[in-house]
Design a protein around this ligand. Structure first.
Ligand code: NAD
Length: 244
């Protein structure tokens, strides 16, 4: 018996980075896992890859129903899909604000709404949202991204209050800068990617980036029956960044 034996999990944005590490970690603990992603082509077995755009309600509903049918229900929902934006309030046009808030915030609402009927039938129902230290720290050049993650934090607390009486727990993780393809793409865009990576590592209290597996381990804990009394909380996995 492993910690998540018999439990069924859905992970959005699970084809890359933190989502893929989480899907693998959930499976390693005995869960059966469906990954919802814009591009699920590379999702390794035994994970089930399903195409879904969290920015589109019809797409989300179809994929969540397909996942529930394939898995035989849903106990764990990991709302992880997210996109970034660089700039101050002067830099991002309205359309970009609408797009990032729609994917990062309303995307979680859509997936949760579709999964709730299934979660209500589970004896171990749990939602974990991937938030960010940007929810509470003012990161320079990330006004839109921080605003979206601030909303994710508030949404997590409100959802936890709304659904605690029906036995559905809702928590979030707040990663610091994590070593994922997302960050690799940002570094690749720098004039000197290696120097930029070294500078980024040096800015971390631990002297290195957080790993996707470390964030995944926190998500697995929050989703597991071991956290049965934990709801409405944000677990920082940030190498000490938030304390600075
Ligand atoms: P990533 O780019 O490696 O992976 C994101 C995945 O989400 C991709 O597979 C992508 O296809 C998918 N995705 C994007 N938009 C989607 C949509 N509309 N519908 C469905 N899937 C979609 O990124 P990551 O670094 O693993 O980030 C995952 C989450 O962690 C995001 O919510 C991000 O905000 C959060 N986060 C990341 C960091 C970091 O430093 N990497 C830090 C804090 C929080």
């Amino acid at each position: 018996m492993t910690a998540l034996s018999g439990l069924r999990a859905v992970v959005t944005g699970g084809a890359s980075g933190i989502g893929l590490a989480t899907a693998r970690a959930l499976a390693a603990q005995g869960a059966t896992v469906a990954v919802l992603d814009l591009d699920p082509a590379g999702v390794p077995g035994p994970l089930l890859g399903l195409r879904a755009d969290v920015g589109d309600d019809t797409s989300v509903r179809a994929a969540v129903e397909a996942a529930a049918t394939h898995l035989g229900g849903i106990d764990i929902l990991v709302n992880n899909a997210g996109i970034g934006a660089v700039g101050t309030v002067e830099d991002n046009p309205d359309e970009q604000w609408h797009r990032v808030l729609d994917v990062n915030v309303v995307g979680m609402v859509r997936t949760t709404r579709a999964a709730l009927p299934h979660l209500r039938r589970s004896a171990h129902a749990s939602v974990v949202n991937t938030c960010s230290i940007g929810a509470t720290a003012g990161l320079p050049q990330r006004a839109l991204y921080c605003a979206s993650k601030g909303a994710v934090l508030s949404l997590t607390l409100a959802m936890a209050a709304d659904h605690v009486r029906e036995g559905i727990r809702v928590n979030c993780v707040n990663p610091g800068t994590a070593d994922t393809p997302w960050v690799a793409r940002l570094l690749d865009g720098a004039d000197d990617p290696e120097a930029e990576r070294a500078a980024l590592n040096a800015r971390q209290p631990l002297g290195r980036l957080v790993t996707a597996d470390e964030v995944a381990a926190a998500i697995v804990y929050l989703a597991s029956p071991a956290a049965a009394s934990v709801t409405g909380t944000a677990l920082a996995v940030d190498g000490g960044m938030q304390g600075l």
